[in-house]
Design a protein around this ligand. Structure first.
Ligand SMILES: [Zn+2]
Ligand SMILES: [Zn+2]
Length: 81
């Protein structure tokens, strides 16, 4: 099951499960749209994979399959390459 992480790994912005601004890579590294399309230029800084829009989990499924709560933050933030 897709891990819905609660924040952007670059800027620590909150990304709730219903947020249309969440972006993920195939390893579920999670970023906001501003970082993904800005400083990261569409590539995950951890695995170089593609960042795509995270699908929104329907609210009626969230009760049974809740979003992750552990916040991940990249040490030193993200820098353009
Ligand atoms: Zn961000
Ligand atoms: Zn990644």
């Amino acid at each position: 099951m897709l891990e819905l992480r609660p924040n952007c790994e670059c800027c620590d912005r909150d990304l709730p499960p219903e947020s249309p601004a969440a972006r993920i890579c195939s390893f579920e590294c999670t970023f906001c749209a501003d970082c993904a399309e800005g400083v990261l230029a569409g590539r995950c800084p951890n695995c170089s994979g593609e960042l795509v829009r995270r699908p929104v989990r329907p609210a009626d499924r969230l009760a049974r399959f809740p979003a992750a709560t552990g916040r991940k933050l990249k040490l030193g933030g993200c820098t353009a390459t």
